[in-house]
Design a protein around this ligand. Structure first.
Ligand SMILES: Cc1cc2nc3c(=O)[nH]c(=O)nc-3n(C[C@H](O)[C@H](O)[C@H](O)COP(=O)(O)OP(=O)(O)OC[C@H]3O[C@@H](n4cnc5c(N)ncnc54)[C@H](O)[C@@H]3O)c2cc1C
Length: 413
């Protein structure tokens, strides 16, 4: 970066939204740079290699709504294979395989709640998802776990109006070489300055002056893609302060938390006929245990909501021990010594993210549109939380990056 140079546009953050914004800015001929605090691009898209062999996603994993997801096209173009097979669940409850009911029963309960949500949506009711559940339903615990994965907060913390807006084609396609790797590859030609932490944006006068760990840079327009976790924490100072309506939107769309634990298992450790997708439940805990993705000998599970925050704070060994116990419960004590190469994500502690994905608080409506609204044709906002119908996803972030650049170009013309 030339420290004192003035750019027509600066983009803050090189996650899915920032890289897409950069791609669109290049396409529309707007000279710009992308400032990224981390040592890498991709943000909440992060693929790492498990046991030196298997790419695994610690962040976004599925091409949600695959047939209408722009990253599906990128995957095809860039040679990233993905799987479109649907999964079947088996249940392991209180120490035994559960054959008394069909495995779709918990999902039918979720469908019931979704139908109730649609009824409430018509009435404009901004209640939480929790208020629509039956506390004594057999599958309620599963429902709560599922919501905590979908929204990264618990059912009492998310507005049904938000969830009803979400556009879902129910096509969730994992990427073999990793979704995080795909995002980084898609943005490989973007002009990104890594390890460049933006600390303050002085936007009262033009040009806007941006203070960073690598010096001051000026710009006529700024697109901000940092998460609402980062913005809520006040990690980037705004001078003058952001207006009240913008702060209200940021506060109403906090990040929850969600984490993965992975491990490999020895080839003979698990019966080849064992199911690949297991819903495990005991006492007040539920986990979705997944085995052999793309045929590889590894297992993984996810946590969400308050439990994910709590477990992350206990440290990685607590996640490893918990997952090992779940695997022992299902496959017997002999499996413990056959599990290795553990890998655990920690999104809550990531200083440049501070959580997983945004969820609109009950009672707060229209906040995603407010978050996406620009200020004085100089500060523009993108990122998953600004997406009206694909929030909490990588493709929603991508689309928001394009939308922000179109706003920038309108403001320049
Ligand atoms: C565990 C988990 C599972 C997920 N699963 C899926 C899934 O299966 N499918 C899916 O579509 N989505 C999934 N998501 C959500 C998806 O990953 C995100 O919605 C998306 O990647 C967000 O992109 P973004 O560009 O909006 O934000 P980010 O990825 O957060 O990008 C913002 C960037 O800004 C940078 N930044 C922050 N502060 C500063 C600063 N001060 N200065 C400079 N740079 C800064 C950050 O380092 C980051 O790179 C998952 C997320 C998690 C955590």
């Amino acid at each position: 970066m030339t420290k004192t140079s003035n750019y027509p546009l600066i983009i803050i953050g090189a996650g899915a939204a920032g890289l897409a914004a950069s791609e669109m800015a290049t396409r529309r001929g707007v000279k710009h740079r992308v400032l990224e605090a981390s040592h890498r691009t991709g943000g909440r898209g992060l693929t790492e290699i498990l046991a030196d062999q298997y790419p695994v996603d610690l962040g976004c994993h599925w091409l949600h709504s695959g047939s209408i997801n722009p990253y599906t096209e990128w995957a095809t173009k860039l040679g990233f294979d993905y799987s479109i097979s649907r999964w079947d669940f088996s249940m392991f409850i209180d120490g035994a395989w559960y054959f008394d009911t069909d495995a779709t029963a918990p999902f039918r309960y979720i469908d019931e709640i979704n139908a109730r949500m649609e009824g409430c949506q018509k009435k404009g009711d901004a209640c939480s998802q929790w208020e629509l559940a039956d506390s004594d339903n057999k599958w309620n615990q599963f429902f709560q776990y599922w919501v905590s994965l979908m929204s990264s907060v618990d059912a009492d913390q998310v507005s049904i109006l938000d969830i009803c807006e979400y556009l879902d084609t129910h096509e969730d396609w994992p990427v073999m070489k990793g979704y995080g790797a795909l995002i980084a590859r898609q943005g490989v030609d973007c002009p990104v300055d890594l390890n460049c932490v933006v600390t303050k944006i002085n936007w009262g006068d033009l040009p806007i002056s941006i203070e960073t760990s690598q010096g001051v840079i000026t710009a006529d327009r700024v697109v901000i893609t940092a998460s609402t976790g980062v913005l809520n924490a006040g990690d980037i100072e705004f001078n003058p302060k952001l207006p009240g309506w913008k702060m209200e939107a940021i506060n109403a769309l906090p990040l929850g938390n969600s984490n993965y634990t992975f491990c490999t298992f020895e080839p003979d450790a698990i019966d080849p006929d064992a199911p690949d997708h297991i819903l495990w439940q005991r006492d007040d805990q539920t986990f979705w245990v997944r085995l052999r993705e793309f045929g590889h000998p590894y297992a993984f599970t996810s946590t969400g909501g308050r439990f994910a925050w709590w477990l992350e704070k206990q440290g990685q060994n607590a996640s490893i021990e918990l997952f090992s116990e779940v695997m022992v419960d299902i496959f017997g004590s002999s499996i413990r010594d056959k599990l290795s190469n553990f890998k655990v994500s920690a999104w809550g502690m990531d200083p440049w993210i501070r959580g997983a994905y945004s969820a609109a608080q009950p009672g707060k409506t229209g906040m995603r549109a407010e978050l996406a609204r620009c200020i004085d044709d100089r500060l523009f906002f993108a990122g998953e939380a600004t997406s009206p119908e694909s929030f909490s996803t990588a493709h929603g972030a991508y689309q928001s990056g394009h939308r922000a650049i179109n706003q920038v170009c309108d403001s320049l013309s």
